[in-house]
Design a protein around this ligand. Structure first.
Ligand SMILES: [Zn+2]
Length: 297
């Protein structure tokens, strides 16, 4: 009886310490499986923000010479991303493209071999270099190749075109086109159907955002499929609508500021959800301060 009690106590203590460890290191939310977008192009989908958050959409493009991964989610997902890729090809990952600096798009760069080429806009490389996640030894996972306005990698059906149309979410947002498949991956310039995040610390701009979206809509032809930053695969029509939404939303915030409204008053007064069905207004309050700060500059 006594032994059983001691054993029971040990089990309780063991259970408690296991619970404490689990609390200190919560298990990472799982990643979904790959979804096929077109032949040789897959997405490992983003998750909802909150406790289940894993990062943005990850593009997986299987080319003849190797796999190109576009955005690597939060830190810690590298092994799972590689496991998912193995389900569709034996080819090694040869290139990472980071659409922008944020940790939910660059966090798992560190899990790939040092031989992998890493490509991003030049401002994104500069922004990433400021992050703790890329200091010291981790600097080897910074972009190795950068571009300013446009760059192509690969050729023929393996080609990927990278464009830059100006500031918006940050000052280094890449627009990634898979021309042979007529697919565009937007990063967080088009993350979701709600107010955009404008990261002024990384050069984002509310004033430029609508213009940059216009340039992208006008400049990217022969696209029939769009992979947004954090929402399901959609169409160019939805990107065009998002351009109109952001134009209207920024204008509404500017009018609210001109009328002397506080951030809270502006967030309460502005509602574009009936003009844009399917859009949410959950992010207005978080997004408006960046617009106000830029207007005061
Ligand atoms: Zn972002």
């Amino acid at each position: 009886m006594k032994r059983i009690t001691v054993l029971g106590a040990l089990l309780v203590i063991g259970g408690l310490s296991a619970a404490i460890v689990a609390q200190q290191q919560p298990p990472r939310p799982p990643l979904p499986d790959l979804t096929k977008v077109k032949d040789n192009l897959y997405v490992i989908a983003s998750s909802a923000l909150g406790p289940e958050f894993t990062g943005g959409n990850t593009g997986v493009f299987v080319t003849e010479s190797g796999v190109i991964v576009v955005d690597t989610k939060l830190s810690g997902y590298g092994p799972t991303i590689l496991e998912r890729i193995k389900k569709v090809t034996d080819k090694p990952v040869t290139m990472i493209i980071n659409t922008h600096t944020h940790g939910d798009h660059t966090g798992s760069n560190e899990a790939f071999p040092a031989t992998v080429d890493i490509v991003a806009h030049e401002n994104t490389k500069a922004n990433m270099a400021k992050m703790d996640a890329f200091k010291g030894d981790k600097a080897q996972f910074l972009p190795k190749r950068t571009y300013k306005d446009k760059m192509s990698v690969g050729s023929g059906k393996n080609r990927v075109d990278l464009y830059y149309f100006g500031a918006g979410h940050t000052n280094g947002d890449a627009w990634v086109v898979y021309p042979s498949l007529r697919v565009l991956q937007t990063g967080d310039m088009f993350a979701w159907r709600d107010a955009p995040t404008i990261d002024r610390n990384n050069g984002g701009s509310a004033v430029e955002y609508p213009k940059t979206l216009s340039k992208a809509v006008a400049g990217l032809k022969d696209i029939d499929t769009v992979i947004p930053g954090h929402s399901p695969v959609t169409t160019p029509k939805d990107l065009q609508e998002y351009q109109r939404f952001v134009t209207d939303w920024v204008a509404a915030v500017q009018s609210a500021a001109a009328a002397g409204k506080t951030v809270d008053e502006a967030a309460a007064a502005i509602d574009l959800t009936s003009k844009y069905p399917g859009y949410k207004s959950e992010r207005y309050k978080a997004a408006i301060p960046a617009v106000y700060a830029e207007l005061k500059k």
